[in-house]
Design a protein around this ligand. Structure first.
Ligand code: NAD
Ligand code: ZN
Length: 356
């Protein structure tokens, strides 16, 4: 048996107002007058007070990123070229400021600045050869765990798959619960449920162990306090739940909901958070207790999910969704064990997609 030797974020700052320490963090990286920093910032923050707080020097680069679509390999490559055209040397740091999509874009740019050939050629496990540029992750919405993970999820020409590597892991994260102010309720729910679902899938999976359970249970407890209670520190709690959920799945695996949701978003374009919610709502047979609690949370926050979304889908698209979902071997092995292939039939996946 080979055990996973996983890398975690080496430095982190947590607390309300901690964003103000970013300047100090970057000062450690700046050595000469020519050294510059790239701030990859979610466009949603343009013109908002947060923009004025970005500690950019006059020769730094602010790269506004558009997350209307989840990150594509073509977009990563285009942004990387913009950075390369900006100066005749690499930046000393790439800072991602935004949600999971922005954090993933920042990770991907920092990797592509030192690894030639385009991001699509690195979708997979441990294909990255060279260390990345120093990179910092600062979430402005909580749930994905992207701040903690060793992947950057990208939609490429023929698959939706991350660039998984030790070099992908952020060198520094700053978790400032003040920054999530202004997130719309439905988005807060969908992205937070990503975290809740990470916990349910990890704890109910065959890959579970005490390491992943310790993080997963605490993460789920925090999600329950946030979504079933009315806690004044809900923003702090969800930010920690997200980080701990990321740590939990780093040493276990996600499951049926993510496998189906990847297929759904690859073919129908649903974003990760809402896609997971649509799938979770049909998984009573997989996670009965988790689905019951998920519905209680939806009810408390008046969330209504789109229904009947796969009606009218072409047979071709249905088959593509089935192919993408059934291809996620580790996820299904986490659900069923080694003989997962005898369980995960096209008929089963079709029947689940038809319920959505
Ligand atoms: P997101 O980054 O796509 O953002 C969702 C929406 O919230 C966007 O419209 C964004 O502009 C907005 N937003 C963000 N911060 C805001 C704020 N403070 N105020 C107002 N609006 C704000 O959403 P997400 O759910 O955080 O991330 C989903 C992405 O993360 C997907 O691309 C998914 O593949 C990826 N992901 C990555 C990992 C990983 O480990 N790398 C894990 C899970 C998901
Ligand atoms: Zn997820």
């Amino acid at each position: 048996m080979k055990f996973r030797n996983f890398k975690t974020v080496p430095r982190m700052i947590f607390g309300r107002g901690s964003f103000d320490q970013l300047d100090e963090v970057l000062a450690e990286q700046r050595q000469t007058d020519k050294d510059f920093v790239v701030f990859a910032v979610d466009s949603v923050h343009k013109g908002k007070p947060l923009e004025g707080r970005i500690p950019a020097l006059p020769h730094d680069m602010i790269l506004w990123v558009d997350v209307t679509d989840e990150p594509k390999t073509t977009y990563v490559d285009a942004l990387t070229e913009q950075v390369q055209a900006f100066a005749d040397q690499n930046p000393v740091s790439v800072v991602g400021l935004g949600g999971g999509s922005t954090l993933d874009l920042a990770k991907a740019i920092s990797l592509m600045l030192t690894n030639p050939g385009g991001s699509a050629s690195y979708q997979g496990w441990d294909l990255i050869k060279n260390p990345s540029v120093h990179h910092v992750g600062i979430p402005t919405i909580s749930g994905t765990g992207a701040e903690a993970s060793r992947t950057t999820v990208l939609t490429g020409p023929d698959k939706k798959l991350g660039m998984n590597s030790d070099y992908t892991v952020f060198d520094q994260i700053i978790m400032d619960p003040d920054l999530v102010k202004g997130v719309p309720t439905d988005q807060w729910f969908y992205t937070g449920m990503d975290c809740y679902i990470h916990g349910i899938e990890a704890l109910n999976g065959t890959y579970i162990n005490e390491f992943a359970r310790a993080f997963g249970e605490k993460s789920l407890d925090l999600c329950r306090e946030v979504y079933l209670g009315d806690h004044p520190d809900a923003d702090e709690k969800l930010m920690m739940a997200s980080y701990m959920g990321g740590q939990s799945i780093a040493y276990s695996q996600v499951g049926a909901c993510h496998a189906l949701s990847y297929g759904l978003s690859y073919v129908m374009g649903y974003h990760h958070g809402i896609g997971n919610c649509i799938v979770m709502d049909v998984l009573d047979d997989f996670y009965p207790e988790g689905v019951r609690e998920f519905r209680e949370m939806m009810k408390k926050h008046n969330i209504t999910l789109p229904k009947g979304i796969t009606k009218g889908l072409s047979e071709d698209d249905m088959q593509k969704m089935i192919r993408v979902s059934s291809g996620l071997a580790p996820l299904w092995e986490n659900v069923y064990g080694k003989d997962w292939q005898t369980h995960v039939t096209p008929e089963l996946l079709r029947s689940l997609f038809n319920k959505m």
